[in-house]
Design a protein around this ligand. Structure first.
Ligand code: E4P
Length: 225
């Protein structure tokens, strides 16, 4: 399973990249706004900085248009920023038409705001490279986001669809584990749940004991000389 980080924060992207496990980045207009990136030029420049930081990993950049011709124009501009850019397109009727156009014209896409298996089938039919089911938001509305990942994985396998499942809206380390178990190809997560995967109290207790015993042995050796 590939790991993407879901943020536009450069320090957090660098931290995940330095860990050596990062395969890409996803952003959305809310995440860009959170970093205070305002205006088209600043947004484009920020995407370029992210692409250079992750060095070859896929970077999802979301269109703001909702009309097919405008989505295509905007997507072409985004794709021209850097070869790593993946154009993120919302799951709406014009978005599906644009996904098909991008697929026919060799531009990589991520179909976003997906909340059902039916939407995931449409995204795959339109040739999206990635489909992004928002599992945290599904959980928030009393459904089971991981169940949706399982369902899409089963459908894509049976039908032979090539679209990769990119589990989004991750809230916890357990979400990441459950998505891996459910057959997700990619998970995009904020930094905290990724770092949360590292943690186990028995690791900390075990390491403290190993270091203490090694220190004792060294002290004994030094005393014997
Ligand atoms: C990713 O592509 C989405 O934009 C993101 O995961 C949404 O997450 P949220 O539900 O935490 O806003």
């Amino acid at each position: 399973m590939k790991f993407f980080i879901d943020t536009a924060n450069l320090a957090q992207i660098k931290e995940a990249h330095d860990l050596g496990i990062l395969d890409g980045v996803t952003t959305n207009p809310s995440l860009m706004a959170k970093e205070g990136i305002k205006g088209d030029d600043a947004v484009m420049k920020h995407y370029l900085t992210i692409c250079e930081l992750v060095d070859g990993g896929d970077v999802s950049a979301e269109v703001l248009s909702t009309n097919v011709d405008e989505i295509i124009e905007e997507g072409k501009k985004l794709a021209a920023i850097h070869p790593s850019i993946v154009v993120k397109v919302p799951m709406i009727k014009d978005g599906v038409k644009a996904l098909k156009w991008f697929s026919d014209n060799g531009i990589k896409t991520n179909c976003t705001l997906v909340f059902s298996a039916g939407q995931a089938i449409l995204a795959a039919k339109a040739g999206a490279n990635y489909v992004s089911p928002f599992i945290g938001r599904i959980d928030d509305s009393n459904w089971d986001g991981v169940e949706l990942i399982k369902q899409i994985a089963q459908i894509y396998k049976i039908q032979g669809y090539k679209t990769e499942i990119l589990a989004a809206s991750i809230r916890s380390p357990l979400h990441i584990v459950k998505c891996a178990e459910a057959g997700s190809d990619v998970v995009t997560s904020p930094l905290e749940p990724i770092l949360g995967l590292l943690k186990h109290p028995l690791t900390d207790i075990g390491l403290a004991k190993f270091l203490e015993d090694a220190k004792k042995m060294r002290a004994e050796l030094a005393g014997a000389k």
